[in-house]
Write a protein that binds this ligand. Sequence first.
Ligand code: 2HG
Ligand code: ZN
Length: 476
Amino acid sequence: MLNRPAPEVLEQLRHIVGPAGALDQPQDVAPFLEDHRKLFRGATSLVLRPDSTEQVSQILKLCHAHRIGVVPVGGNTSYCGGATPSSSGNEIVLSLARLKRIRHVDANNYTLTAEAGCILASVQQAAEAVDRLFPLSLGSEGSCQIGGNLSTNAGGTAVLRYGMARDLVLGLEVVLPDGRILDDLSGLRKNNTGYDLRNLFIGGEGTLGIITAATLKLCPLPRTYVTALVAVNNPAAAVELLSYLRGSGSDTLSTFELIPRIGIDLVCKHITGMHDPFESVHPWYVLLEATSAQVTDQLTDEFSALLTHAQESNLVREVLLAQNSTQRDFFWRIRESIPEAQTRAGGSIKHDVSVSISDIPKFIEEGSTACQRIAPEGVLVIYGHLGDGSLHFNINTPDAGAHPGFFAKKNALNAALHILAKNYRGSISAEHGIGQLKRDELATFKNPVALQVMRSIKQTLDPHGIMNPGKVLTTS
Ligand code: 2HG
Ligand code: ZN
């Protein structure tokens, strides 16, 4: 049972961080009370902004002793309300924003150690400064923080080549719920010394402790990019094309994103300066990118030949190869603007599902039929990371009006798509995590034995349940 912090405990917490590290005025606290998608609103009497791991440790020690819930927050870009406190007002919020040092860069070891509050884009820049790539890449990279990326095991648009956030971590520094500091900041590729604790905290969404720093893997910096926007008949053709490109000797492919016609329409209508780069209208598109660390024309030649062959064999309808970096940026902007265009077009019910790549076409077909049956007025906007088998299966309101009748069908739409994903042995959360949005569904969809093990781990590390209460697991 968690407690409301007593005034003297609040005072001790303020004392740990000093005047610059505590926010309690309504206007300062307000940004921490609502999630990015405005799905959840909470309350708190105190936001703490520690500036060292030692301060995080002291805070958790005190909260552990007094049974006070702690909600860690990074850039507040969660899609699942993972960093929004409950409405009880009993929890304190702990922002990692002031832990923002790049502690160490080791170019020869291809590693970098960053504190949790570093903005993802600044981690990418620190890597680039030594001629290296930190490959995690997502739409919110200008504001999300690396600690949040790791806590939620973020995905993004380069997973096909480089993996999810968890694949990019070699070591972690974590403050455990009782305040102990687990310093496992190694830059080792090989370290077979028992359980892999790091992967409990990555994707743990702050329910098992707080990641305060991480040693991250770097890769060679690409110097040649081949970026293409390709029109195809349907998702099955996109899957075929992916297989063909991968099987044709090229392991340089880093991005393979599926875009529906409506995605292009929405972007052209709602985002300034955007237009359809094709002359004809096509039903589906793929944004693909291959990169090489070499300065070479060979990659472009290779992909031109492969795509020409794909067009000759009717696998693709039309190909646009970016001729320069401006065009490359434009193609990327089309893809990255879809979520914003969708928001401007109206409300939407979102799903973030994954199935095996081969099942994507059937999943889209059966999922679309199910959604149209439940909510014929909804507009399907299905796009995403086809190269990873991950889809944003979103259903928009027909216009910017309120449409309460449409939103009343949310649970039915969620259930239809999530049961379908389960039938395909897929996931109800490919890359956005669980947070509070999918917590109750997780209890239904996750393997019961896996859930039991998760609960035992939670009980062992956080016996009083102070860490990010109400997220990921239902309180039993
Ligand atoms: C993306 O891939 C993000 O653009 C957001 O994960 C997806 O808004 C969405 O549904
Ligand atoms: Zn995504």
